[in-house]
Design a protein around this ligand. Structure first.
Ligand code: NAD
Length: 909
């Protein structure tokens, strides 16, 4: 059997919105409005028929051994060289072997189908077994003409052979005639077009039916034997009517792709044929025609092998990878349709020494570097000495192709000064997987798309054009992998394991689906009891959610334990560890309601609610935290409620339990800190069985749990640096809730406690929340309570430093140490001074001695963070420490109380 063995396609990423053409030139040529639908593909400034052909060919060669190719044909009417074989350039870029035949097929829109028939007949004759035919075109058009609208740029490749055939070749029929609907003189850039109606009627309308019927007669078949019919024709109406005239039902006709990319010249028959192949099933019969000075018709039947083809971009993938633009001026500039001043830098000599090009042909055209035979280190470029310092072998390099090796951005810059058609010029270093790096240009991207660490693919592009001599220089550039930047920003949970309690329904279920969808392995815990926690429980809620996750391709396991018991909590965590081997995330979500006004709140209802909400979180989180501590990573979510945060009639048990969870979080955040365990609390508002009878129906409708899920997902993510915070979330609205502490009022004195009357007198001040703030922990709060803000001293008003520099202060610190005040004191202060004069110093006080060192101490008791100016002001006695603290100029981490020793231990000022 002989036929098609593989296919590939490349459509440039840039798509020009046709309305932009109309908006730019519709005033001059209003008729172009008739074809201004959709978008046309457009080459980037560094792309042409050659570069697109290389990409389509690489796509076609995926999963195939390119060394088996015995011939390569390139079909195009827009080849950059009239006398330098263009197929040879593509072949060099693909690093194909040189003992093969390469040829350009050109001068007609049907060049590709002619080349394909030639290739197939050569296989049929048994002379060759494996040939690739690539068609590519990027036709130039004058502005404000129909061609500008109709045409698109693109390339498509088909390989043919006698093994692994995906579409069997059944035969062909050709017509050759000197029908001139348009032509392009040898020294012309643009097509000259004859009258449109004549082209439609005498051209497409007569020649396509004739070639199709000729094929039918030759093969003894009819339209009943055709499942898909392919022929290019940019006249949409005629495209349809010719098919109808041939007896083809509309579904048989393959779309001419006008809306999505436009007609890609000599490549278009292949392009449409490949889009038919992408949808084809074994047994489908496809008839493809090429049109131009006559026509070719070829007939294929799809085989079972189609399903075995390696993944590729093809037409569908190329169409999906797009960047639409309505910048018509950019199109004009890229196509050299407007002249811009390129500056003096653009006048640098561009002549290419073809002798050098030949000597370095593999390196420049094929991106071939070297790999050391001794130590296997790859390097680019290839050199006489191995780059590996531990090897350093001489003449040990074998050819090593880098073009398909995955690479990442190592460094990059956006340069507005270098000459570029599309500034800024972006270039930098790429690092290849397995070794080797090189400096390259980045293309097909904006500066924002490039980031260190992002994956890139190498692509063969124009490096520059020597207009004086008509020479195009090519080299490889790096293209950021489409979507990689967005993917990097995505919150993912791959390799993370999450326990979600009460995940059989409501919010818990929504969290479970989302986390699993983002890669987490999830333990779906649910007891399956009634809303008030009564009943025997049931496995089905948890099982249903697990089934749902698995059906979506996720990983999950069900657990039916009761969070209200210590054994239940242990078991839930054990399920995670036994099934998935670790635990990273816990969402304490299980909940019940037993609402009664306080006087009717019997102990049993009080206790049941405490057991599920508060004790449940304790039972699960304790063993979970032990596992997280092992990994040095954890994310814990508590679920509180507006009822607890603000109060709600009839929910004393629930309010107390929910607010107790905030207390649990407040301390856990401190205990988890050094293990990178973040603990936060969600106060959700969501439609569920808990709220169905308390929420007004209109609110219930709008409050899908999915609106709370993003916040919880974020808080569970690696990027979340927050710990100890509470967030109200519902219906897409979010805000933070915090415990605030007002300013301190000091009454009485150390010997005389204040009187209640004094409290009364100062009530407004004591009760005031003006200038209130949050406190890190209890110590900070007590410290703030007992250190009321001092009156701001005149000189400390400004942050101006009090003379000297920070280093000098630390140098003098030992002199100012009051040894007599340090008896029994054993403390390490770490100073982190920001600003130009800043740095890290630490001060160790032990056995009544003081040492001061530059750097970071491993275990400071207390870390003092200040700006350099404030620090100098404080140490110069101009800014009281208390005032610095209460005004936020002095931040203290660790044991806040210890910081009070500073003033006691040192003569400051
Ligand atoms: P829900 O009733 O739909 O889901 C709670 C789930 O927890 C149920 O599937 C239930 O079977 C399970 N569960 C109950 N007791 C359990 C136990 N002992 N062990 C294991 N599983 C148990 O309710 P929901 O609205 O999704 O509530 C989820 C959480 O959010 C609860 O903690 C609730 O208090 C809290 N909350 C909800 C809202 C809201 O507007 N829905 C508001 C504030 C707080």
């Amino acid at each position: 059997m002989i036929g098609i063995t593989s296919y590939g396609a490349y459509i440039p990423r840039l798509r020009l919105d046709r309305m932009a053409i109309f908006q730019g030139m519709g005033w001059f040529a209003p008729a172009i409005m008739m074809v201004a639908q959709g978008e046309r593909s457009m080459c980037n400034w560094d792309e042409d028929a050659i570069t697109m052909a290389v990409e389509a060919s690489r796509d076609c060669l995926r999963g195939r051994d390119k060394s088996e190719l015995e011939a390569f044909y390139l079909a195009s009417t827009t080849l950059p060289f009239a006398d330098r074989q263009n197929a040879g350039i593509v072949s060099a870029a693909l690093n194909l072997r040189d003992d093969m035949i390469t040829a350009d097929h050109t001068s007609s829109q049907k060049a590709a189908t002619t080349a394909l028939i030639t290739a197939l007949e050569s296989i049929q004759s048994g002379q060759r077994h494996n040939i690739m035919v690539t068609a590519s075109d990027s036709r130039e058009t004058r502005t404000a003409y129909f061609y500008e609208m109709w045409f698109g740029d693109g390339a498509a490749a088909l390989s043919v052979g006698d093994d692994d055939v995906i579409a069997e070749y059944k035969g062909s029929y050709s017509l050759s005639m000197d029908f001139v609907d348009h032509y392009r003189g040898a020294d012309q850039k643009y097509d000259y077009v004859w009258e449109e109606r004549w082209t439609r009627d005498a051209g497409y309308g007569e020649i396509i039916p004739r070639v199709v019927n000729g094929l039918f007669d030759k093969l003894g078949i009819s339209m009943d034997d055709v499942d898909r019919l392919v022929y290019p024709c940019f006249f949409k109406r005629d495209h349809r009517s010719i098919a109808a005239g041939l007896g083809a039902t509309p579904e048989k006709l393959v779309d001419n792709m006008h809306e999505v990319c436009g007609e890609t010249g000599a490549a278009h028959s292949f392009m449409m044929f490949i889009s038919a192949l992408e949808e084809a099933k074994p047994g489908d019969r496809i008839l493809m025609c090429g049109f131009g000075q006559g026509a070719n018709a070829l007939y294929f039947e799809v085989t079972d092998n189609i399903s075995k083809l390696a993944g590729r971009n093809g037409v569908a993938g190329s169409l999906a990878n797009k960047k639409s633009t309505d910048n018509y001026l950019k199109w004009l500039k890229f196509r050299d349709l407007i002249k811009t001043e390129m500056g003096i830098r653009a006048e640098a000599p561009t002549q290419t020494a073809t002798s050098v090009l030949w000597r370095k042909n593999k390196m420049i055209m094929g991106l071939v570097g070297g790999k050391c035979r001794e130590c296997n280190t790859p390097q680019f470029p290839k050199a006489d000495i191995c780059v590996n310092p531990e090897c350093g072998a001489f003449h040990s390099q074998e050819d090593y192709e880098f073009a398909d090796v995955p690479a990442k951005v190592k460094t990059f810059t956006g340069d507005l000064l270098s000459v570029s058609v599309d500034p800024p010029a972006i270039y930098g270093m790429v690092q290849f997987e397995g070794g080797g790096r090189t400096v390259v240009d980045f293309t097909d991207c904006a500066l924002d798309d490039v980031r260190v660490g992002l994956p890139v693919k190498m692509a063969f592009k124009r490096k520059g054009v020597d207009k004086e001599r008509g020479f195009v220089n090519y080299f490889w550039k790096a293209v950021p992998v489409p979507g990689a930047a967005e993917e990097k920003d995505k919150i993912r949970f791959d390799d993370r394991v999450a326990v979600i309690t009460g995940a059989g329904a409501g919010l818990g279920k929504a969290y479970a689906l989302e986390l699993a969808g983002r890669g987490a392995k999830v333990v779906v815990n649910d007891l399956g009891g009634a809303r008030d926690g009564s009943g025997k429980g049931s496995a089905s809620p948890a099982d249903t959610v697990v089934d749902e996750i698995k059906a979506l391709g996720g990983e999950a396991v069900a657990n039916y334990d009761n969070v209200a018991t210590p054994e239940g909590g242990e078991n839930i965590v054990k399920t995670a560890l036994d099934t998935f081997g670790r635990l990273d995330i816990v969402i304490n979500n299980a909940g019940i309601l037993r609402d009664k006004s306080f006087l009717k709140m019997e102990p049993e209802n009080w206790k049941a609610v405490m057991d599920v909400h508060l004790n449940g979180a304790y039972h699960v989180t304790r063993p979970a935290m032990a596992a997280m501590k092992e990994n040095g990573y954890g994310r814990i979510i508590m679920t509180t409620s507006a009822a607890g945060l603000y109060g709600n009639f009839g929910q004393t048990n629930y309010s107390a339990a929910k607010m107790a969870l905030v207390g649990l979080m407040n301390t856990l955040k401190l205990e988890g800190q050094k293990y990178n365990i973040k603990v936060n609390t969600i106060a959700p508002i969501a439609a569920s069985r808990l709220t169905e009878d308390v929420m007004p129906p209109e609110l219930f409708e709008k409050s899908r749990p999915e609106f709370v899920v993003p916040m919880v997902t974020y808080l569970c993510g690696e990027n979340c640096k927050e710990s100890g915070a509470i967030f109200n979330s519902g219906m897409g609205y979010f805000n933070r809730v915090a415990v605030y502490t007002g300013p301190t009022v000091q009454l009485g004195d150390p010997d005389n406690p204040p009187t209640p009357e004094q409290i009364h007198e100062n009530w407004n001040q004591i009760n005031s929340m003006d200038g209130a703030g949050e406190m890190e922990d209890a110590n900070t709060a007590i410290f703030a309570l007992i250190t009321p803000p001092a009156e701001a001293s005149e000189s400390a008003e400004s942050d101006e430093q009090a003379g000297g520099d920070v280093q000098t202060v630390f140098d003098k610190m030992v002199d100012g140490f009051k040894a007599e005040a340090a008896s029994g004191v054993d403390v390490v202060f770490q100073f982190n001074i920001s600003g130009p004069g800043g740095g890290e110093w630490y001060c160790v006080i032990k056995d009544s001695t003081c040492t001061v060192e530059k750097g970071i101490h491993e275990k400071p008791a207390c870390t003092i963070k200040m700006a350099d100016g404030n620090f100098l002001a404080m140490m110069g006695g101009k800014l009281p420490a208390m005032q610095a603290f209460t005004s936020g100029k002095l931040l203290i981490e660790g044991d806040v109380m210890k910081s009070q020793l500073l003033e006691k231990l040192f003569v400051i000022g």
